[in-house]
Ligand binder design. Structure first.
Ligand code: SF4
Ligand code: SF4
Length: 160
Protein backbone atom coordinates (compact mmCIF):
# COMPACT_ATOMS: atom_id res chain seq x y z
CA UNK A 1 0.00 0.00 0.00
CA UNK A 2 1.47 3.36 -0.91
CA UNK A 3 0.58 6.83 0.27
CA UNK A 4 -1.15 9.22 -2.12
CA UNK A 5 0.91 11.72 -4.07
CA UNK A 6 1.11 15.31 -2.90
CA UNK A 7 -1.37 16.40 -5.56
CA UNK A 8 -3.97 13.95 -4.39
CA UNK A 9 -4.38 13.92 -0.65
CA UNK A 10 -6.31 11.03 0.81
CA UNK A 11 -9.45 11.77 2.75
CA UNK A 12 -8.69 10.53 6.23
CA UNK A 13 -11.35 9.68 8.81
CA UNK A 14 -11.55 12.02 11.76
CA UNK A 15 -10.34 11.00 15.21
CA UNK A 16 -13.92 10.31 16.15
CA UNK A 17 -14.08 7.47 13.60
CA UNK A 18 -15.59 4.52 15.41
CA UNK A 19 -13.85 1.18 15.29
CA UNK A 20 -16.30 -1.72 15.06
CA UNK A 21 -16.89 -3.42 18.36
CA UNK A 22 -17.51 -7.11 18.92
CA UNK A 23 -21.27 -6.54 19.12
CA UNK A 24 -21.44 -4.93 15.69
CA UNK A 25 -20.94 -7.41 12.89
CA UNK A 26 -19.13 -5.54 10.11
CA UNK A 27 -20.32 -5.63 6.51
CA UNK A 28 -17.69 -7.27 4.32
CA UNK A 29 -19.14 -5.52 1.26
CA UNK A 30 -18.14 -2.20 2.85
CA UNK A 31 -14.70 -3.40 3.93
CA UNK A 32 -12.46 -5.77 1.93
CA UNK A 33 -9.47 -5.30 4.22
CA UNK A 34 -8.66 -9.01 4.40
CA UNK A 35 -8.44 -9.16 0.59
CA UNK A 36 -5.58 -6.65 0.29
CA UNK A 37 -1.84 -7.23 0.62
CA UNK A 38 0.30 -5.38 3.11
CA UNK A 39 3.15 -5.11 0.62
CA UNK A 40 3.93 -5.51 -3.07
CA UNK A 41 3.48 -9.21 -3.76
CA UNK A 42 2.61 -11.18 -6.87
CA UNK A 43 0.37 -13.76 -5.16
CA UNK A 44 -2.05 -13.71 -2.29
CA UNK A 45 -4.09 -16.50 -0.73
CA UNK A 46 -3.32 -20.20 -0.96
CA UNK A 47 -5.17 -22.31 -3.50
CA UNK A 48 -5.44 -26.06 -3.18
CA UNK A 49 -6.42 -28.64 -5.82
CA UNK A 50 -9.91 -28.68 -4.35
CA UNK A 51 -10.09 -24.89 -4.69
CA UNK A 52 -8.96 -25.12 -8.31
CA UNK A 53 -11.74 -27.57 -9.11
CA UNK A 54 -14.29 -25.20 -7.61
CA UNK A 55 -12.82 -22.20 -9.43
CA UNK A 56 -12.86 -23.99 -12.76
CA UNK A 57 -10.20 -24.53 -15.39
CA UNK A 58 -10.46 -21.14 -17.09
CA UNK A 59 -10.07 -19.01 -13.94
CA UNK A 60 -7.39 -21.33 -12.56
CA UNK A 61 -5.35 -21.07 -15.74
CA UNK A 62 -5.61 -17.31 -15.80
CA UNK A 63 -5.37 -16.32 -12.13
CA UNK A 64 -3.69 -19.09 -10.12
CA UNK A 65 0.10 -18.94 -9.87
CA UNK A 66 1.75 -22.28 -9.19
CA UNK A 67 4.97 -22.59 -7.24
CA UNK A 68 7.84 -23.53 -9.54
CA UNK A 69 10.34 -26.21 -8.56
CA UNK A 70 13.02 -23.52 -8.22
CA UNK A 71 10.83 -21.41 -5.90
CA UNK A 72 9.92 -24.47 -3.85
CA UNK A 73 13.61 -25.33 -3.38
CA UNK A 74 14.49 -21.74 -2.35
CA UNK A 75 11.61 -21.56 0.08
CA UNK A 76 12.45 -24.93 1.57
CA UNK A 77 16.07 -23.78 2.07
CA UNK A 78 14.73 -20.71 3.89
CA UNK A 79 12.54 -22.91 6.06
CA UNK A 80 9.36 -21.54 4.50
CA UNK A 81 6.22 -23.46 3.67
CA UNK A 82 5.14 -23.15 0.06
CA UNK A 83 1.59 -23.44 -1.26
CA UNK A 84 0.68 -25.49 -4.33
CA UNK A 85 -0.80 -22.40 -5.83
CA UNK A 86 -2.00 -18.93 -4.94
CA UNK A 87 -4.24 -16.26 -6.40
CA UNK A 88 -2.60 -13.52 -8.43
CA UNK A 89 -2.70 -9.89 -7.28
CA UNK A 90 -3.09 -6.56 -9.00
CA UNK A 91 -2.42 -2.90 -8.17
CA UNK A 92 -5.33 -0.50 -8.22
CA UNK A 93 -5.95 3.07 -7.16
CA UNK A 94 -8.91 3.57 -4.83
CA UNK A 95 -11.43 6.00 -6.25
CA UNK A 96 -13.37 6.85 -3.10
CA UNK A 97 -13.77 6.12 0.60
CA UNK A 98 -11.12 6.64 3.29
CA UNK A 99 -8.41 5.24 1.00
CA UNK A 100 -9.28 7.52 -1.92
CA UNK A 101 -6.16 8.16 -4.02
CA UNK A 102 -4.17 5.30 -2.48
CA UNK A 103 -2.65 2.57 -4.61
CA UNK A 104 -3.21 -0.88 -3.20
CA UNK A 105 -2.10 -4.37 -4.08
CA UNK A 106 -5.19 -6.57 -3.79
CA UNK A 107 -6.38 -10.05 -4.61
CA UNK A 108 -7.05 -10.20 -8.32
CA UNK A 109 -10.71 -11.00 -7.65
CA UNK A 110 -11.45 -8.03 -5.40
CA UNK A 111 -13.57 -5.40 -7.15
CA UNK A 112 -14.64 -1.96 -5.94
CA UNK A 113 -13.14 0.38 -3.37
CA UNK A 114 -11.71 -0.81 -0.05
CA UNK A 115 -13.64 0.46 3.01
CA UNK A 116 -16.38 1.80 0.74
CA UNK A 117 -18.00 -0.78 -1.53
CA UNK A 118 -16.33 -4.06 -2.54
CA UNK A 119 -17.25 -7.36 -4.11
CA UNK A 120 -15.47 -10.69 -4.49
CA UNK A 121 -15.79 -11.65 -8.14
CA UNK A 122 -15.74 -15.35 -7.27
CA UNK A 123 -17.49 -15.25 -3.90
CA UNK A 124 -19.34 -18.58 -4.28
CA UNK A 125 -16.18 -20.21 -5.63
CA UNK A 126 -13.60 -18.51 -3.39
CA UNK A 127 -10.78 -20.66 -1.92
CA UNK A 128 -11.23 -22.40 1.43
CA UNK A 129 -8.72 -20.09 3.11
CA UNK A 130 -11.01 -17.12 2.38
CA UNK A 131 -13.85 -18.92 4.13
CA UNK A 132 -11.88 -19.87 7.23
CA UNK A 133 -9.09 -17.37 7.84
CA UNK A 134 -11.24 -14.38 8.65
CA UNK A 135 -14.77 -14.47 10.05
CA UNK A 136 -16.56 -11.10 10.12
CA UNK A 137 -16.90 -9.78 13.64
CA UNK A 138 -14.43 -12.21 15.19
CA UNK A 139 -11.21 -11.10 16.86
CA UNK A 140 -8.90 -11.30 13.81
CA UNK A 141 -11.35 -9.23 11.78
CA UNK A 142 -11.78 -6.63 14.54
CA UNK A 143 -8.02 -6.42 15.06
CA UNK A 144 -7.34 -5.98 11.35
CA UNK A 145 -9.95 -3.25 11.03
CA UNK A 146 -8.57 -1.48 14.10
CA UNK A 147 -5.03 -1.76 12.72
CA UNK A 148 -6.02 -0.02 9.50
CA UNK A 149 -8.03 2.63 11.36
CA UNK A 150 -4.92 3.41 13.41
CA UNK A 151 -2.78 3.43 10.24
CA UNK A 152 -5.08 5.99 8.67
CA UNK A 153 -4.81 8.21 11.73
CA UNK A 154 -1.01 7.93 11.62
CA UNK A 155 -1.09 8.88 7.94
CA UNK A 156 -3.23 11.90 8.80
CA UNK A 157 -0.58 13.09 11.27
CA UNK A 158 2.19 12.65 8.66
CA UNK A 159 0.48 14.75 5.96
CA UNK A 160 -0.42 17.63 8.29
S1 SF4 B 1 -14.00 -10.45 7.37
FE1 SF4 B 1 -13.67 -8.55 8.48
S2 SF4 B 1 -11.76 -7.69 7.62
FE2 SF4 B 1 -12.55 -9.22 6.16
S3 SF4 B 1 -13.80 -8.05 4.70
FE3 SF4 B 1 -15.17 -8.85 6.30
S4 SF4 B 1 -15.31 -7.18 7.78
FE4 SF4 B 1 -13.47 -6.77 6.52
S1 SF4 C 1 -10.98 -14.69 -3.59
FE1 SF4 C 1 -12.47 -13.19 -2.92
S2 SF4 C 1 -12.62 -13.47 -0.68
FE2 SF4 C 1 -10.72 -14.47 -1.38
S3 SF4 C 1 -9.10 -12.90 -1.13
FE3 SF4 C 1 -9.88 -12.79 -3.23
S4 SF4 C 1 -11.46 -11.19 -3.19
FE4 SF4 C 1 -11.08 -11.84 -1.07
Amino acid sequence: MTAPTATRKAKIPSRSTKVTTKKQKPECTQCGLCCICTQDQDRFCDVTEKDEKRLGAALTKRYVIHTSLFEACCMRDDGLRFPDGALATRWRTMSRGPFRGWSMCTCVFLEGTVRARVRCRVYDRRPDVCRKAMVPGERACINLRALYARGLLDAEENVE
